[in-house]
Design a protein around this ligand. Structure first.
Ligand code: BGC
Length: 249
C-alpha cells in the first residue's frame, strides 16, 4: 500500500486536489481548486484536472491518483449523470482520464469517497457498525459503510417519497432554490432520514456537504432513533477518500 496519494474531487462548481498522507488523512500539499468548466463536458473536465495536477507540481508526480465524481461508477465507467452533462452516461471515464493524464488512476463516486474518508479519518473513525453517510449539496450523495467496508454506488439520494425523487426536495440546493427556512428544510430532512432509518437501521448517520458546517441550525431539529452527527472532514472528504482508494487503503 502506498503511503502517499493524490486525491481529486470533481464537483459541480469546483475541481479540487491535494496530495494526501493516506495513513493519517493529513494533506501534504496545499489544496488546489479550479472552477468546473461550464457545461461539465468530459474533455473539458479532464483538461481542468490536468491543470490541477500541474499546480500540485512535483510533489505528487509518482503517487497513485484517485478521482471522485458525482455519478455511479462501475468498473471505471460512469453510468449516471444527475446534475452533470449527460455525456457522462455510459462513458469509460477512468480510461478517458488515464489517456488524458498519461497514468493510471482510480475513479470513484464522490459520496463513496467522502463517506469512506469519514470512516477512515473522520466522524466514523471509531464506529465499526453500519454507517450511512449523506452529503447535502447540489444533490444528495450517499455512502454505506459496514465494519469499515464500503458498499459502493448506493444512490439513496434518489429515494422516492411522496412520489418524487427526494433529492429534488431535500438537497441543500432545494433549500436555496426555494428559499426554505431551516425549519422548513429540516421537515424535509426529517422525512428523508426517517425513511432511511426504517429501511436500513444504521448505527450512525453522518451528514456532510458544505452546509454541514452549519449543522447546529438543522440537525437538532431532527427526531430520530439513530445518532446523527456532522461530517468531520468537510471540504476535504472527497480528496481524502479518493486518495485512500487509489492507495489501496
Ligand atoms: C448523484 C450521486 C452523487 C450525488 C452527490 C447525486 O445526484 O446521483 O451519484 O453522489 O448526487 O454529488
Amino acid at each position: 500500500m502506498a503511503h502517499k496519494a493524490v486525491g481529486i474531487d470533481i464537483g459541480g462548481t469546483g475541481i479540487k486536489g491535494a496530495v494526501v498522507d493516506v495513513s493519517t488523512g493529513k494533506l501534504l500539499s496545499d489544496r488546489v481548486k479550479l472552477p468546473t468548466p461550464e457545461g461539465g463536458e468530459p474533455d473539458d473536465i479532464v483538461e481542468t484536472v490536468q491543470e490541477v495536477l500541474k499546480k500540485l507540481g512535483d510533489v505528487g508526480r509518482k503517487d497513485p491518483i484517485g478521482v471522485c465524481f458525482p455519478a455511479v461508477v462501475v468498473n471505471g465507467r460512469t453510468l449516471s449523470a444527475a446534475n452533470v452533462s449527460k455525456k457522462w452516461i455510459g462513458l469509460e471515464a477512468e480510461s478517458l482520464f488515464e489517456k488524458g493524464l498519461g497514468r493510471k488512476i482510480s475513479f470513484v463516486n464522490d459520496a463513496d469517497a467522502a463517506g469512506y474518508a469519514e470512516s477512515l479519518y473522520g466522524a466514523a473513525e471509531k464506529n465499526k457498525g453500519l454507517i450511512l453517510v449523506t452529503t447535502l449539496g447540489t444533490g444528495i450523495g450517499t455512502a454505506i459503510i459496514y465494519r469499515g467496508v464500503l458498499i459502493p454506488n448506493a444512490e439513496l439520494g434518489h429515494i422516492q417519497l411522496e412520489g418524487v425523487d427526494w433529492e429534488t426536495k431535500a438537497a441543500y440546493s432545494a433549500k436555496e432554490r426555494e428559499d426554505l427556512s431551516w425549519v422548513e428544510w429540516a421537515a424535509r430532512l426529517q422525512k428523508y432520514y426517517a425513511a432511511l432509518e426504517a429501511l436500513f437501521h444504521p448505527d450512525l448517520f453522518i451528514v456532510g456537504g458544505g452546509v454541514s458546517k452549519e449543522y447546529e441550525d438543522f440537525l437538532p431539529l431532527l427526531k430520530l432513533d439513530t445518532p446523527i452527527v456532522p461530517a468531520k472532514l468537510r471540504n476535504n472528504a472527497g480528496i481524502l477518500g479518493a486518495a485512500a482508494v487509489a492507495s489501496g487503503r
